[in-house]
Design a protein around this ligand. Structure first.
Ligand code: FAD
Length: 292
């Protein structure tokens, strides 16, 4: 590519690249194919004083209705090569989590079965320290390559630190370009059976048939957000096109014509109701970005 400038898209609707399907336009949108193109995009943003927002597959995002000022860089299927070396898998950040989980299963490598139905990118998963079924991706990560406005770098052997839905990548605001996971040899039939079982459980319990951004709230200490919302009689409650899923109260779904304001108002209503009924503060797990 001669110039990143030539492939910047203006006024790109974020509803097209978020699983919830809401959100106004990004001023400038870039889908880079290499880490060098990310760096070029960052340089261009710095030159023009544009703020920079990074997204993966947009499966954990609520983008507000007036959209995002400056440059949005999407690390997705343009940057999605993966390879295995023994019991390690190295993947570019735009690989899908489920794809890497399936690759591991096909090679008889265990450890990533829990992630089979997580719909985001592997870079987004490492950034968020995504997890399911009492496991998370953090303990598997042995290397993270990243770029930032200051340059590029690599974290090895324990230098990537993480907590519940948080990680060093969040605190240092880096863009993850590639990760390596340490897996273990396992019984291929058992691995496939576990993946199938977890996938079935996900489809049975979660509203996979509707647009959503996954669990709306983090798990409050000593409680489950979904069961507090259900006990507050909010299952099925809706504002505009945003609705508390009847299948799993921890999810807000877009029934077709939701705006980001509908979703935001519903989040606020749930938080206030749960606080009044049970004295518990619900903190969003989904990332709310952009202008109202
Ligand atoms: C139906 C459904 C089920 C889900 N189930 C789960 C689940 O079981 N467990 C779970 O943890 N999550 C779950 N999620 C949420 C989501 O899939 C994960 O958080 C996922 O890891 C986010 O990846 P993404 O690429 O979509 O990131 P995005 O939503 O695009 O971004 C999320 C955050 O990561 C940052 N980010 C993304 N890519 C990069 C990168 N390369 N470098 C730096 N920062 C980056 C963004 O800036 C943003 O702050 C679910 C979502 C849906 C819709």
């Amino acid at each position: 590519m001669d110039s990143v400038n030539e492939i910047l898209i203006r006024n790109y609707p974020m509803s097209m690249v978020t699983s919830l399907g809401v959100g106004g336009p990004a001023d400038y949108f870039l889908r880079p194919c290499t880490p060098k193109e990310i760096q070029t995009g960052l340089d261009l943003a710095a030159k023009n004083h544009w703020p920079v927002t990074v997204i993966g597959y947009g499966t954990n995002l609520l983008v507000l209705d007036k959209g995002i000022r400056g440059l949005v860089i999407q690390i997705a299927d343009n940057l999605a090569q993966a390879q295995a070396n023994g019991t390690q898998i190295t993947a570019e950040a735009g690989c899908s989590v489920s794809g890497i989980s399936r690759l591991a299963a096909s090679l008889g490598l265990c450890g990533l079965e829990f992630a089979i139905g997580i719909p985001g990118s592997i870079g987004g998963a490492v950034y968020m320290n995504a997890g399911a079924y009492d496991q998370e991706i953090g303990p598997l990560v042995t290397e993270v390559r990243w770029v930032s406005p200051q340059g590029h770098g690599v974290w090895k052997d324990g230098e990537y630190t993480y907590g519940y839905r948080t990680s060093r990548a969040q605190s240092e605001k880096v863009i993850i370009t590639q990760i390596t996971l340490q897996l273990a040899e396992g019984d291929p039939c058992q691995i496939l059976a576990t993946c199938q079982d977890l996938q079935n459980r996900r489809y049975a319990k979660q509203p996979m048939e509707y647009p959503s951004a996954g669990s709306t709230f983090k798990r409050p200490t000593g409680h489950f957000a979904g069961s507090l919302i259900e006990k507050a009689n909010l299952k099925g409650y809706s504002i505009g096109g945003a609705k508390v899923s009847e299948k799993h109260a921890g999810f807000i779904i877009n029934t077709g014509k939701a705006t980001a304001k509908d979703v935001l108002d519903l989040i606020t209503h749930i938080q206030q109701t749960v606080k009044n009924r049970f004295g518990v503060e619900l903190e969003p797990e989904i990332r709310i970005i952009g202008e109202e």
